[in-house]
Design a protein around this ligand. Sequence first.
Ligand SMILES: Nc1ncnc2c1ncn2[C@@H]1O[C@H](COP(=O)(O)OP(=O)(O)OP(=O)(O)O)[C@@H](O)[C@H]1O
Ligand SMILES: [Mg+2]
Length: 257
Amino acid sequence: MPEIVLQGVTKRFGSVTAVEDLTARILDREFFVVVGPTGCGKTTLLKLLAGLLQPDQGKIYFDGTVVNGLPPRERGVRMVFQGQDYALYPHLEVYDPRRWSNLSFPLKLRGERASRIQARVEGVVRRLGIPPALFSRRPGELSAGQKQRVALGRAMVLPPKVFLLDEPLSHLDPPARARARQEIRRLHHELRTTTVYVTHDLAEAFLLGDRVAVMRAGKFVQVGTPKEIRDHPADAFVAEFVRAYQEGLKQAFPGAP
Ligand SMILES: Nc1ncnc2c1ncn2[C@@H]1O[C@H](COP(=O)(O)OP(=O)(O)OP(=O)(O)O)[C@@H](O)[C@H]1O
Ligand SMILES: [Mg+2]
């Protein structure tokens, strides 16, 4: 749940048009990946979906109902932010099942008992590989990759209606990244939460996405399955993006066909 429709959505910051007349349909239960170069409007798009920004023009629908003007908490969305602090609570520890902590927060807010919190959080912690040694630390005492995993964990303990993930794995080393990617994919198979996932990385987009939108300068230049985008790039920009990705694969696996 749910289906998301954007209709002619535009967002400007002064003279910059971050999202321009964007029309798209993200299907119910879909894993939808937005990929594109820095500054093309990916984060702005997620914030519009979350309700943290309002469009200057156009409408956003969740299951056929306009959500423009609806505050974030009433949209049933959860966003994992890009950047250094990931909107973690700086004064709270990573995890304590009995108290307010970063990982127990969404469950405590719902009034869940400590035993239930423990079961939920500890499953997520195991999957993401967050070591218990980190539980008593505060976000300021974590590395960027550790913070990123805690932020992802907090989003996963209480699945929302819509997941908005903004480059959630960018600070992880390759093995941790591969593992977290698998967990995100597995979680989506289990829960089928409509997910919009932002990345710079076409390889990641192709691995994760049911469909992929290639974004450039505030617009989607192509939306399709990974195969459609790989085999039939819509224009020279997408073709170049795909070529660079395949070139990267060749370097990683020399001699591969
Ligand atoms: N609050 C703001 N005020 C002014 N300009 C902004 C603001 N937020 C974003 N922009 C501009 O809007 C454009 C899109 O920014 P956005 O953060 O959405 O890009 P992005 O695709 O997420 O980039 P990155 O891959 O680097 O995270 C950029 O030109 C950016 O400078
Ligand atoms: Mg961004």
